[in-house]
Design a protein around this ligand. Structure first.
Ligand code: AMP
Ligand code: MG
Length: 397
């Protein structure tokens, strides 16, 4: 598994860099380091609504000051604050020249003559946001490879830096199988099943923030598969299919693409998800995922998701793993990395615990839906006793 993951990452291309609008940047990956072009904040400003003062005036409780200015956010102070004076000031407004602290309005009262009485002492810098206190001009703010979350984009927005990110892949999906009918079908013919894989793949791709092109259900004949594939590679950066890659007599993806010689059909030492087709069709990277729904998920997680993040230029490609305690024991094939669907929670000591979320056959989709993690029982380990330790690959925190 690890060897093949490395090979996939080695072979997929990195997409080009583009400038995007702030609103479209969430989920995209920075293509270059971001150096702050300016300080944040750019000017000294008030952290509270209150009064800008000279701190040394307030060396005793209850000092009265003349209010000589009123500074709102967005306005420019009109007066210099000297000893004995203060300016009313609002959060975010520039600190007037001469002032070196802000006393919150809660620590003041007004006298009948319109002066402010400050009830508490102050020290220099109180409730003043210094220039560059959030980001220093010239500093490295974010590194290339960072997948932008909304707070990252808001930092870029506050500096006016339009992000240069890598283009997001366009991913073509299709399901193969003569037994498949659209999921909206109510009356099933004997032997027919609803196509659930495409819904799963589309959802996973959408969550990843890539563009999906759906080529629907394709029958198990080379002709129909070739036709759909021809359309799919036209304009897509990656093609992902499900079904038809194992050892069956009608495995159309394998039978069709073996002839072309540009896609390898492998047996990965993992479970679920043993069969995998990977290569290129034309210039386009191609993933032929298995048909069993849980295999589709695990193969997507282990190969497609990291590959797409790699194409987007991300630094962090794999899901986080945390150590946990498998409350249920399990026996697995010691020659494979086995991914066990589990539900997790934390005990009072903060340790993660996992229990099987249902049957572990690769068709038991319900146990996947109930799961929030995959417990990994690696090659070389064939048995985890109840209470044994496993790595939990968190698929949903
Ligand atoms: P295959 O690898 O094509 O033989 O498919 C393996 C198993 O997965 C078979 O039981 C198929 O019926 C099932 N399967 C294949 N494609 C889908 C799909 N799109 N949705 C749900 N089940 C599928
Ligand atoms: Mg099939």
């Amino acid at each position: 598994l690890a060897d093949m993951q490395a090979e996939v990452l080695d072979r997929i291309p990195r997409l080009g860099a583009i400038e995007v609008a702030f609103a479209e940047a969430v989920g995209a990956v920075l293509a270059e380091d971001v150096i702050a072009p300016e300080n944040l904040p750019g000017f000294e400003n008030a952290a509270m609504d209150g009064f800008a003062v000279v701190a040394s005036d307030l060396d005793q409780p209850s000092v009265e000051l003349d209010v000589i200015d009123d500074v709102a956010a967005g306005s420019i102070p009109a007066a210099k604050i000297e000893s004995g004076t203060a300016a009313r000031i609002m959060t975010g407004a520039p600190i007037p020249p001469g002032a070196d602290a802000v006393v919150p309005v809660e620590a003041t009262s007004m006298t009948s003559e319109g002066r402010v009485r400050v009830l508490e002492p102050a020290t220099v810098g109180d409730h003043v946001r210094p220039v560059g206190g959030s980001v220093r001009a010239g500093s490295l703010v974010f590194e290339a490879g960072l997948r932008l979350r909304p707070p990252h984009v808001s930092v870029l927005a506050s500096m006016g830096v339009l992000p240069l990110v890598r283009r997001r892949p366009i991913v073509a999906v299709m399901s193969t199988g003569d037994e498949l009918v659209p999921p909206s079908t109510q009356m099933l013919e004997p032997g027919a099943i609803r196509d659930s894989n495409r819904t799963l793949l589309r959802g996973l791709l959408t969550e990843l923030g890539v563009e999906v092109r759906d080529y629907g259900i394709v029958g198990d004949t080379s002709g129909s598969f070739e036709a759909a594939l021809g359309d799919a590679i036209d304009g897509a950066d990656v093609v992902v299919t499900s079904g038809g890659v194992s050892m069956g007599a009608y495995d159309v993806v394998k039978l069709t693409l073996l002839e072309r010689g540009t896609v390898d059909f492998l047996r990965i030492a993992m479970q679920p998800g043993k069969p995998l087709g990977f290569g290129t069709v034309g210039e386009t990277p191609f993933f032929g995922l298995p048909g069993n729904p849980v295999s589709v998920f695990v193969s997507f997680e282990q190969f497609v998701r990291p590959a797409l993040l790699g194409m987007m230029g991300a630094e962090h490609l794999f899901r986080d793993r945390v150590p946990g305690i498998l409350d249920d024991g399990i026996t697995t094939n010691p020659e494979k990395d086995v991914f066990v669907r589990v539900t997790t929670d934390r005990d009072a000591g903060g340790r993660w615990h996992a229990r099987l979320s249902g049957g572990q056959s690769s068709n038991v989709l319900s146990a996947l839906a109930f799961a929030d993690a995959l417990a990994v029982v690696p090659v070389g380990v064939g048995r985890v006793e109840p209470g044994g330790t496993v790595d939990l690959e968190m698929i949903h925190w």
